[in-house]
Design a protein around this ligand. Structure first.
Ligand code: CTP
Ligand code: CA
Length: 231
């Protein structure tokens, strides 16, 4: 077992990380969800604590085997709406915000108070969805001087060039300081211990291309944060 001693280069910094997938209720027993386990965000929170930061984790739904580090303060948020409220509450005091959560783009327009019955929608069901607000866009417009905001993007792409192009476009559209993009698909990006991230800054410049365990890529994200935070 090799223990790598990390520098405490985040000492005194307050970091808020969101992680996991939101679940949007349909009725009291059903939801719309996504495949995010929260593993990368939880690894970033732990890595930041290892490096001396004061860490808050806003946790949507995490995989059963994904457990936040005990040094990290955890705020539970089930839906996109709850996650947005939690982020708005803790963001003003944060030096660094990392939005690793997989936030649902839509929620169910009319959540049923009772369990939906097939007999009410014979042959098929149409659910009306409405767009959720963009949480990180709100954090960017409220950003104070010296605050560093990181977004994530999981993209289905044909190749590295397309991933980079999508990362650049999204970083510019979101107005974030850094965007970490990874390729996903039916058989890649989920239920895996490793990850590969392309990290770009606001200008679309590549800051890092990192791969390895989710702990390795967590530290790469924090290295990139320090590089732009000090600018
Ligand atoms: N995000 C957010 N609020 C939302 C949706 C996404 O804050 N309602 C954040 C995610 O946490 C992530 C970043 O925005 O850090 C990018 O998410 P992504 O889904 O890739 O971007 P979208 O703007 O939703 O664009 P699209 O899904 O159409 O690619
Ligand atoms: Ca989205």
């Amino acid at each position: 077992l090799a223990l790598v001693e990390r520098p405490r280069d985040l000492d005194g910094l307050s970091i808020v990380v969101s992680a996991g997938g939101t679940r949007e209720p349909i009725d009291p027993v059903r939801f719309l969800g996504n495949r995010s386990s929260g593993r990368q965000g939880v690894a970033i929170a732990r890595a930041a604590a290892d490096r001396g930061a004061c860490v808050t984790l806003v946790a949507a739904h995490l995989g059963a085997d994904v457990r936040p580090d005990p040094r990290v303060e955890v705020i539970a948020a089930g839906t996109a709406d709850e996650l947005g409220q939690a982020m708005d509450a803790v963001a003003p005091d944060a030096d660094v915000i990392v939005m690793a959560a997989a936030v649902a783009d839509y929620s169910v327009a009319a959540v049923s108070e009772h369990k939906l019955r097939k007999q009410d929608s014979p042959g098929g069901l149409v659910l009306e969805l409405r767009e959720n607000r963009d949480i990180v866009a709100g954090l960017v417009s409220a950003r104070r001087v010296g605050q560093t905001i990181v977004a994530f993007a999981a993209e289905t792409v044909a190749d590295d060039a397309e991933l980079l192009e999508r990362a650049r476009v999204k970083a510019a559209r979101k107005g974030v300081d850094l965007l970490a993009a990874n390729a996903v698909g039916w058989t890649r990006g989920f239920e895996t211990t490793g990850n590969a991230l392309t990290i770009v800054d606001a200008a679309g410049e590549i800051v890092a291309i990192a791969s390895g365990s989710k702990d390795d890529t967590a530290h790469a994200v924090l290295d990139a944060v320090l590089a732009v935070h000090r600018r």
